[in-house]
Design a binder for this molecule. Structure first.
Ligand code: OFO
Length: 168
């Protein structure tokens, strides 16, 4: 039996994953508006991935015979200063998700809830991957940063994200 506090956190995470999905959808749409189709493809690819995370939490609650509550999802930001600002925000968002997952893992351990702790291992590994991915993108961005927010710099970053979208 899952503890009520654990059920509440798992349900909150369903909303958090839907927010992440909407955030990347909005980011992708913003990139399209700027003509950054490579970056748009990269962010669009993250949309179903976040929904698959949502589903993992839902499926786990169902398996545990615990109630599923789909909460309201806040609207993501629609304005970004530029592509670099947007990538920074995506990275910061992933760090927030990591903190949420770690807090859940800590709670699971406190409750000696080893099943939930075990289920969360997927997300602990996933968050490490996401952080490595976004940190890698930011490193590439820094390489072209000397060009400033010029069309050339954006072009290079866009191409880099296009390659990631097709190989990831
Ligand atoms: Fe981006 O990993 Fe889920 O939230």
């Amino acid at each position: 039996m899952l503890k009520p506090e654990m059920i509440a956190k798992l349900n909150e995470q369903i909303t958090a994953e839907m927010y992440a999905s909407n955030l990347y959808l909005q980011m992708s749409a913003w990139c399209e508006e700027q003509g950054l189709s490579g970056a748009a493809a990269f962010f669009r690819q993250h949309v179903p991935e976040e929904l698959s995370h949502r589903d993992k939490f839902i499926d786990y609650l169902i398996e545990c015979d615990a109630p599923v509550t789909v909460g309201a999802v806040a609207a993501p930001p629609t304005e970004f200063k530029n592509l670099v600002d947007m990538i920074n925000k995506a990275f910061e968002h992933e760090l927030k998700v990591t903190a949420l997952i770690n807090a859940m893992a800590e709670m699971a351990l406190d409750f000696k809830d080893f099943n939930t702790f075990n289920m969360l291992q997927f997300f602990i590994a996933e968050q490490r991957e996401e952080e490595v991915l976004f940190r890698g993108i930011l490193d590439q961005v820094k390489l072209v940063a000397f060009k400033g927010e010029t069309g050339e710099a954006m072009y290079l970053i866009n191409q880099y994200l296009q390659r990631l979208a097709t190989t990831h």
